[in-house]
Design a protein around this ligand. Sequence first.
Ligand code: NAG
Ligand code: NAG
Ligand code: NAG
Ligand code: NAG
Ligand code: NAG
Ligand code: NAG
Ligand code: NAG
Ligand code: NAG
Ligand code: NAG
Ligand code: NAG
Length: 577
Amino acid sequence: MKPRAVIGAVAVAGFKRTLAQALDCPIENDFRPLSAGQWIEAANPGWNAGNTLDAVPDEGSWNNAPLQNSTLSHVKSAGYKSVRIPVTYADHFVTGSPEWKINSTWLQRVSDVVDMATSQGLYVITNMHHDSWSWADVSKPDANQTMIQEKFYSSWLQIAKLLACKSAMVALEPINEPPGTTAEHAEHLDKLNKLFLKALAETGGYNSQRVITLSNLGMGADRIQLFKRPENVTNPWAYQFHFYSPYDFIFSAWGKTIWGSAADKAAIAAELSSVRGNLSAEADVPILLGEFDASQLNLEPAARWKWFDFVVRTAKSLGMTTVLWDNGLDNLDRATGTWRDKIAVDITMSVLRGENNSLADSTTDGSATTQESSAYVFNKVGSGVTDKTLPFIMNGNNFTNLTVGSALLKEGEDYTLADSAVTLKQAFLAKYLSATAEPGTKANITVSFSAGAPSQIELVQWDVPTLSWYSVPAKDVAKGSDLQIPITWKGLHRVAAVKIATSEGTYLFDDWTQYLPDLQKGRGTFNSQWNFDHDRVIITKAAVEAALASGKNTTFTFEFYPRAAGNGNTVGFALTA
Ligand SMILES: *[C@@H]1O[C@H](CO)[C@@H](O)[C@H](O)[C@H]1NC(C)=O
Ligand SMILES: *[C@@H]1O[C@H](CO)[C@@H](O)[C@H](O)[C@H]1NC(C)=O
Ligand SMILES: *[C@@H]1O[C@H](CO)[C@@H](O)[C@H](O)[C@H]1NC(C)=O
Ligand SMILES: *[C@@H]1O[C@H](CO)[C@@H](O)[C@H](O)[C@H]1NC(C)=O
Ligand SMILES: *[C@@H]1O[C@H](CO)[C@@H](O)[C@H](O)[C@H]1NC(C)=O
Ligand SMILES: *[C@@H]1O[C@H](CO)[C@@H](O)[C@H](O)[C@H]1NC(C)=O
Ligand SMILES: *[C@@H]1O[C@H](CO)[C@@H](O)[C@H](O)[C@H]1NC(C)=O
Ligand SMILES: *[C@@H]1O[C@H](CO)[C@@H](O)[C@H](O)[C@H]1NC(C)=O
Ligand SMILES: *[C@@H]1O[C@H](CO)[C@@H](O)[C@H](O)[C@H]1NC(C)=O
Ligand SMILES: *[C@@H]1O[C@H](CO)[C@@H](O)[C@H](O)[C@H]1NC(C)=O
């Protein structure tokens, strides 16, 4: 038997504080116990080191290099207080049943990364991640529950022993997004949670006092009523859930690139409040919103800023701590240490400082056939520029100044202000935009306010992009491959949406989208059916196969920003039968 943690009172610098010193931990390892509420409050906001130690089969296997200390410095200096370190153990077992020994090199790496984060003063939560679908899926009809429980318990004995003497800044989460939908699956998850707690109790160190999170099946906001709180949990615990809502906006499905109507906000408020509501009976369990994000790759940025402001603000009002999901492509560019959408990060920080953000206004009505956004001034090749008025949602702040780089713009000459709008003058815009200017991004204006995050107006000269070719017989696409078509961008380097229709006018996917508004009808889903990179648009293998199976000519109409019915900012590509 290992010695158990003992509690003692130690006099430090003339005052007494309670210090729990575990006999089996080095004497210099200080552990000042935190309640779950204290941990949750101190960890706000957090950042996920996504697609990193959770990559399958190994760290570095996906789109990110192994995690570096400098990446965590960038996270810390942006204002984040914690880091969630998802870890997949699945491919690191070196023996089978019943020991399920984990590779000691891998365990050491996990320990080192945890130390790297705490050495920077970042709170940590680490877990067992994609194991949830690779071997620990309790919802599979042929799941061997005995094996899952044996392997899970044995894994947690090893992980808990590894982390037993870490400081109270380190919290643990048993398993990420466990699949399942039924009460029976919830019973199985409850058994796993109990085994996790048993492993913590048996591994000594500070584990019996360590903050943990517990979750429902799937970890969404929806199945919370199936959550079974294990009886007699003695560890301080918080509830964790993940938030990717609304689905169509977050995953760029069905042409939904805008967000922010009163109904959009009410839906999010209701979803977040229902999580709080279901846990309030349990003496207000602290809540960790452990993952959330809306991809910056192709959403309209003003919509993204409004979404971040609203989600973080609502979560804060409900006492929830938010942890940004970052797969390495969406938020922090780890190679350069720059944030791809710094404004969304600043919006998060100012919400948490208690400030209001002034936000670029943008179209929120899905039935509008022209979408406007104060994040941009677009000018089409062939058109001259005029004064441009951009509305803002001020939220009680005033404009303070407008800059391009370090140059301060002159009020009256370059722009004029109204209470909640900026008018950029023709003479100023004409320095960047004109009938004959080359297409592309021309300048970014930073708009500052008396409080809250700054906003950005990007000046973009655009024309319709061109493709290297415009059709190919579907049967000629290499079997099992995505179809990649080189593109010459003529404005923003992003696709907004893709309409996928057969020569008979039917939609290849989700025929029900015929009932959606004009800018959404027949549009496919980002990543599942279409994608793009820096110099290509992509029709996925699944979409090629569906076109082939339809036996019909299928046109993929790529749409770009600005989005307006009939503005011609689209190119069609045909997969012929
Ligand atoms: C443990 O992992 C290291 C690093 O990947 C590898 O070199 C080693 O062979 C592994 N050990 C076993 C027993 O598989
Ligand atoms: C990580 O960087 C921080 C800040 O620069 C430094 O204090 C710390 O010692 C570093 N940790 C490691 C493990 O290199
Ligand atoms: C289920 O797992 C247990 C423990 O690993 C093992 O002993 C048993 O043979 C497995 N059962 C089946 C049907 O594979
Ligand atoms: C929880 O604690 C209560 C009161 O001590 C006890 O009656 C009950 O059996 C315990 N439940 C479990 C699952 O240990
Ligand atoms: C609990 O969650 C369900 C499902 O999300 C929701 O319908 C219900 O309103 C919630 N209950 C409370 C008290 O918030
Ligand atoms: C913050 O914004 C809200 C909503 O627009 C407003 O009611 C409130 O007065 C603002 N607070 C400050 C300090 O401006
Ligand atoms: C905004 O400007 C108005 C008019 O000048 C002034 O009365 C108000 O105090 C200002 N508000 C802030 C937050 O600076
Ligand atoms: C612009 O305003 C912001 C916020 O009020 C302020 O921090 C900044 O120093 C100002 N910039 C210039 C160049 O005056
Ligand atoms: C403006 O900012 C965007 C990112 O928000 C960037 O992609 C673009 O290159 C910038 N344009 C200029 C002219 O700096
Ligand atoms: C399909 O496309 C091919 C090649 O462009 C064309 O010859 C054929 O007529 C089209 N079929 C239909 C039904 O539109």
